[in-house]
Design a protein around this ligand. Sequence first.
Ligand code: PRP
Length: 214
Amino acid sequence: MRYLTMALTKGRLAKQTMQLLEKVGISCEEMTDPATRKLIFINEELKLKFFLAKGPDVPTYVEYGAADIGVVGEDTIMEEGRKIYEVLDLGFGKCRMCVAGPEEAAALLNGQEQIRVATKYPKIARDYFTERKNQTVEIIKLNGSIELAPIVGLAEVIVDIVETGSTLKENGLKVLEEVCPLSARVVVNPVSMRMENARITKLLDDMNRILTLK
Ligand code: PRP
């Protein structure tokens, strides 16, 4: 039997995924060591491999088949636009994609103004403004601490994920519009889905059973 490989988003999503997998009888002792710098872990008995990657890279590993299965936020799946199957909503990692900014910026979202939008998600931001709002905007790609942009005058608004809302609040910003709700998803490589259908379907069914018990 060949290994089934799973790419997990490093950090909280990987931890929550491993907790869920433990409930279906899949564990990986090595991975729970908080001091480890290892990126790849093997469960020899079940012929499973797990590796930890940055979120935006998870759909890439899955599209190319370097991982059969991935766990990643829906925001990243939307942004990356890879040829992968989205097969299961894990119900955790819940947050919202929002347009945010200072309260006064609400008036600039009327569809007419030429504004600048800072974001880590240029595709989602562009689709939202052009397709859903029919507003021409300039997108400025940033890599983090997006909330800075309207404060220092780089952009009028941002498109970013909001979980608790505390980052916005502590920086004097507000949610101005909601783009969509988000959660963590399981994605699968289309060829793996065909070739390893029985194993992957069983794994997904087992995970789904635990999720619906909650
Ligand atoms: C994310 C996001 C917001 C924050 C939202 O940033 O970009 O800044 O979390 O969470 P909250 O609503 O609970 O405050 P992340 O922590 O991933 O860091 P980043 O600034 O490097 O993107």
